[in-house]
Design a protein around this ligand. Structure first.
Ligand SMILES: Cc1cc2nc3c(=O)[nH]c(=O)nc-3n(C[C@H](O)[C@H](O)[C@H](O)COP(=O)(O)OP(=O)(O)OC[C@H]3O[C@@H](n4cnc5c(N)ncnc54)[C@H](O)[C@@H]3O)c2cc1C
Length: 532
């Protein structure tokens, strides 16, 4: 650790009581730690994973995509009881260690009730204008590059992006030009990387393409370790982090209104700590799991679960990866600079929202083989590389609607069971059709291949990267788990700041909203504790 004030910050704490315990160090928890560290509060971060090592394998597609080097060993079960390995990553920084660092704000209308083909996406208890200042701070904290106003669905903003848009390489510039001449509004995709194109020799990010789905070897990606946890530890000697510490249970007082203890297993040893305030930020599925595992006499269905809402309304996006193969080679290295929202809310021929299109990192043979091991079993990496050289790689996202039956539950051993039935497929298929039609019209003819697969599994239940919604916030304790400050309705000192709080998920990547919300909740906690 380079930035630490004292090695003691990473060791088993000698005291047992803190002002605040944060469980989970990803987009939500890591960001909250950074916001609160300068107050001098005594904060303990508990993280079940370890530091993700900076090693050559970080950028080895074979290791990452085919061998699953950084995948957790978790096994979850689907609604029929079939086991599957989720695409979960447990490290300091959480899933952001592997994420693509695309940082979109939800659209203004995403915060309001919005009619979709399969039903209504519910209104949030707060509006976009309530989130705007926090989005602004989130973009600064995570080094977001972009250009306001290019995208017709862009919500209003109080300031430009903190960093200029990332330039397109020639093949992507041509795609942008072609799309624009066909009447669309392609825009520079907002990305959180430490890139300075005006001074490349000194830029930490080298535009190497190894961030989407890979950890960044040189820490040039704005992830929650680099932008949240490390700055928090550096800002205050009162912040401690205990890794390899899986929290198993939260204890309450007899009345069931206050969390009085946090029980965990650290390197096989059972430990417990307490704090005035406890914040759970384990990711949507694991936060629900922890609350359900913490059932007691006063909370027989699970902590904070009098409404029976904990674990329900799980969402993870209708996502589809698509490879467009064209005769024209695509030598682009850093490909994910373009995005399209022209069909986000529908079009003249379809009244319902369809969603967002963006580029993924440039596919390589080893990545394609990792996505589809059975289909590509007989093909060596080099032959797949040749195919990949002609690929344009797209990522299509349609909103999935909250459904109370799409739900995380646990069994007696604490294993996660995830019951999920897909919805809004008509709109997802329309979006796919719009892209196909557009590329056919432009130049790709019939060379589009649907790659509907991800992390060694069909893009289905195992693709948990965008998980959200299992503890939604709201004003009515009978239909929500958290109040508008993300405090559990039923407990006076328990908060949740990961993507669990989402009442709906929109059709853009979720991290920036989780980060903005963690900053918002951090400011609420400062007020509550009268610290600055
Ligand atoms: C491959 C991939 C690409 C992605 N790309 C993007 C993108 O480009 N843009 C975007 O916005 N989003 C992207 N995402 C999604 C994004 O990473 C998540 O939305 C975000 O990290 C969620 O933040 P969180 O705080 O809810 O959970 P996480 O970041 O997952 O953090 C949860 C943390 O809690 C820890 N934890 C879990 N259980 C316990 C326990 N019992 N005790 C202690 N600790 C525990 C976990 O180890 C983890 O560190 C991507 C995800 C993946 C996997």
């Amino acid at each position: 650790m380079d930035l630490l004030q004292s090695l003691g910050q990473l060791q088993k704490p000698e005291v047992s009581h803190f002002d605040l315990i944060i469980i989970g160090s990803g987009a939500g928890g890591g960001t909250l730690a950074r916001v609160l560290a300068p107050t001098g509060l005594r904060i303990l971060i508990l993280e079940r994973g370890d530091w993700l090592p900076q090693e050559a394998q970080n950028w080895d597609a074979d290791e990452v995509f085919q061998k699953g080097r950084y995948l957790s060993k978790d096994i979850w079960y689907d609604g029929k009881g079939n086991p599957f390995q989720p695409g979960s990553h447990y490290f300091v920084g959480g899933a952001t260690k592997m994420y693509g660092a695309h940082h979109f704000r939800l659209r203004q209308r995403d915060f309001e009730a919005l009619e979709h083909h399969d039903g209504v996406s519910p209104a949030w208890p707060l509006r976009y204008s309530d989130f705007e200042p926090w989005y602004q701070q989130a973009e600064a904290m995570y080094h977001v590059h972009g250009l306001r106003g290019e995208d017709p669905t862009d919500p209003p903003s109080s300031a430009p992006y903190p960093h200029p848009p990332i330039s397109h390489e020639p093949r992507i510039q041509k795609l942008a030009d072609d799309l624009r001449s066909a009447g669309l509004h392609p825009f520079h995709a907002p990305s959180g990387v430490m890139l300075d194109e005006s001074n490349m020799p000194y830029s930490r990010c080298r535009r190497c393409n190894n961030c989407d789905g890979f950890p960044c070897l040189v820490h040039a990606k704005g992830d929650a370790e680099v932008c949240g946890v490390r700055p928090a530890l550096a800002a205050s000697a009162n912040v401690s982090l205990l890794t390899r510490s899986e929290v198993k249970r939260l204890l309450t007082d007899e009345a069931g209104t206050t969390v009085t203890g946090v029980e965990l297993v650290h390197d096989g040893e059972q430990l417990s700590y307490s704090a005035d305030l406890v914040v759970v930020s384990c990711g949507a599925a694991n936060t629900a799991r922890l609350l359900l595992m913490s059932a007691n006499d006063k909370h027989p269905r699970g902590l904070a679960n009098g409404s029976d809402q904990v674990g329900r309304n799980y969402m993870f996006h209708n996502s589809k990866a698509a490879v467009a193969l064209s005769h024209e080679p695509n030598p682009t290295i850093f490909q994910k600079t373009i995005s399209i929202n022209d069909w986000y809310f529908g079009d003249a021929d379809y009244d319902y929202p369809m969603g967002n299109i963006q580029m993924t990192g440039k596919t390589r043979g080893a990545i394609m083989k990792g996505y589809a091991p059975l289909e590509t079993f007989l093909m060596p990496n080099w032959s797949m590389d040749q195919i990949a050289e002609h690929a344009l790689d797209f990522w299509l996202t349609t909103e999935d609607l909250p459904d109370p039956n799409n739900r995380v539950t646990i069994d007696s051993a604490g294993h996660i069971h995830l019951n999920y039935t897909v919805n809004n497929q008509t709109s997802a298929n329309r979006l796919w059709g719009r892209l196909q039609g557009m590329l056919d019209k432009l130049y790709l003819k019939k060379h589009l291949i649907e790659r509907q697969i991800y992390v060694k599994n069909p893009m289905g239940i195992a693709a948990v990267g965008h998980q959200a919604g299992t503890c939604r916030f709201g004003t009515d304790p009978s239909t929500s788990v958290l109040d508008v400050n993300c405090k559990a309705h039923e407990l006076d000192n328990l908060y949740v700041v990961d993507t669990s709080f989402f009442p709906s998920i929109g059709a853009v990547n979720p991290s920036l909203t989780a980060i903005a919300n963690a900053i918002r909740v951090g400011h609420h906690l400062k007020e509550r504790l009268a610290v600055s």
